[in-house]
Design a binder for this molecule. Structure first.
Ligand code: ARG
Length: 465
């Protein structure tokens, strides 16, 4: 048991208490951020005349050595330390002696951990955004390839009107685009440095907080020392954005699972992204899509967990906040993994164009266009709606579709029908005449592609990597 605070205690910590309290098993994940923050801190301390140049140099060298040794595996982070901060400080003192004891001057573990978690999360915001951007690029490519892959569009999971695969993919493009922008926004809002807040009330040392903030790539220092050590809003925002990403992935997965089923056969998931059954030899299951859909729950769980943790704790730091880490780390890793796997599945998936088009042809997806045709011939829309309703009923009874009826049969239902009805309700016309921006018609889609290509090229990650 190695602790930083034995002085005022007369008894050893109970072993179970020690284990319950310790965080090293999970906060070791940000040992690099802890060291990066400490280096910035001592560089500032020296600039302010609080440490000598030699002390600073020794500490920086010691910290850099620890980082390298942990990285290359010669130094192991073991459970004998309470947390990562204790581990680094104890190792530093072992390495460089007396000067190491000055590292923690003008600092508390409260602002230290606030900084570490923020640095770690900030990098993760970028990593997740990179994955989202790659998925957007994949979607854009699929959209370019499938401008004329017709398929049914659904409402209530009932066939509604025909669209294209590009248009359907485009819906997800917009969702993930908003996710990307949410991450950008979170990055901007969280990018203020808590270091120098001390335990809660700042410090009497003449720290230059603006300087440490700039060394660590922050916009500036946070402006209230109590808020600095008590704030986890940025993590809540991030977990909320991650939950929304998972919600989008999960909907997409649900559709792919349906489309991949024998009933739909719109797509075939590649063998490399499917699994078999131990008993049924014929099976090829969409497990990856199901797992992504399933893992959505644990990411929501992380969000609800931290919201609940934070709701009742008085200012400023409380140990409850140590609970911000494990589930958040798990959520970040889960989302990055799901985004990458989902993209791989999408890129290797086969789209059955003929099956999709055939499906779009039946189910009366052209009924609205048939009504619009009558409107074009002067029939008021409400009357046209009624006429086409009767026409659909007639087709259902005869087990046929609108475009398969003869002109005589059509005229019997309404004398307004003429030969040009067949072209007006063809699958191609139904899609290609929908040309308002955001609609599936090719010319409209091309403009959307142009704008979205521009969005991707502008990016927001270029200076962040
Ligand atoms: N392991 C702690 C955490 O994650 C570090 C801060 C400890 N501060 C304290 N006053 N005990 O929150």
């Amino acid at each position: 048991m190695a602790q930083l605070w034995g002085g005022r205690f007369t008894k050893e910590t109970d072993k179970l208490v020690y284990n319950f309290n310790a965080s090293i098993s999970f906060d070791r994940k940000f040992y690099e951020e802890d060291i990066e923050g400490s280096i910035a801190h001592v560089v500032m301390l020296e600039k302010q005349g609080i440490l000598t140049e030699n002390e600073k140099n020794d500490i920086v060298k010691g910290l850099t050595g620890i980082r390298e040794d942990v990285k290359n595996g010669t130094l192991e982070i073991t459970d004998e330390y309470e947390d990562i901060h204790s581990f680094v400080e104890a190792n530093l003192i072992q390495r460089i002696g007396e000067a190491g004891k000055k590292l923690h001057t003008g600092r508390s573990r409260n602002d230290q951990v606030a900084l570490d978690m923020k640095l770690y999360t900030r990098a993760e915001v970028v990593h997740v955004a990179e994955e989202v951007e790659k998925l957007l690029a994949t979607l854009l490519k699929l959209m370019e390839e499938h401008l004329d892959t017709y398929m049914p569009g659904f409402t209530h999971l009932q066939k509604a009107q025909p669209v294209t695969l590009a248009h359907h993919m485009g819906a997800y493009f917009e969702m993930f685009k908003r996710d990307s922008l949410r991450l950008k926004d979170i990055y901007r809002r969280m990018n203020y440095c808590p270091l120098g807040a001390g335990a809660l009330a700042g410090t009497t040392y003449p720290l230059d907080r603006d300087y440490t903030a700039s060394l660590l790539g922050f916009e500036g220092p946070t402006l209230n020392s109590m808020d600095s050590v008590a704030d986890r809003d940025y993590l809540i925002e991030f977990l909320s954005a991650l939950s929304t990403i998972m919600m989008h992935l999960s909907r997409f997965c649900e559709e792919i699972i349906l489309w991949n089923s024998n009933e739909y056969r719109f797509v075939e998931i590649d063998d490399a992204y499917s699994t078999g059954s131990s008993i049924m030899p014929q099976k090829k299951n969409p497990d990856i899509a199901e797992l992504v859909r399933g893992k959505t729950g644990r990411v929501y769980g992380a969000l609800v967990s931290i919201l609940t943790t934070m709701k009742g704790i008085p200012l400023a730091y409380n140990k409850d906040m140590q609970e911000d880490k494990e589930l958040a780390f798990d959520a970040m890793d889960t989302v990055k993994g799901c985004l990458a796997l989902f993209r791989g599945m999408l890129e290797t998936m086969k789209f059955n164009r003929e099956v999709m088009a055939a499906s779009a042809m039946n189910g009366f997806t052209n009924a609205t266009d048939a009504a619009d045709y009558l409107v074009g011939k002067g029939v008021p829309f409400r009357d046209a709606h009624g006429i086409i309703g009767r026409l659909v009923l007639y087709c259902i009874e005869k087990d046929t579709c609108i475009d398969a009826l003869s002109i005589e049969e059509l005229k019997e239902i309404s004398p307004v029908f003429e030969e040009d009805i067949y072209d007006a309700v063809s699958l191609k016309t139904c899609v290609e005449k929908r040309l308002t921006i955001g609609a599936p018609g090719q010319e409209a889609m091309k403009e959307v592609l142009r704008r979205n290509r521009e969005f991707l090229e502008a990016g927001w990650l270029k200076d962040k990597a």
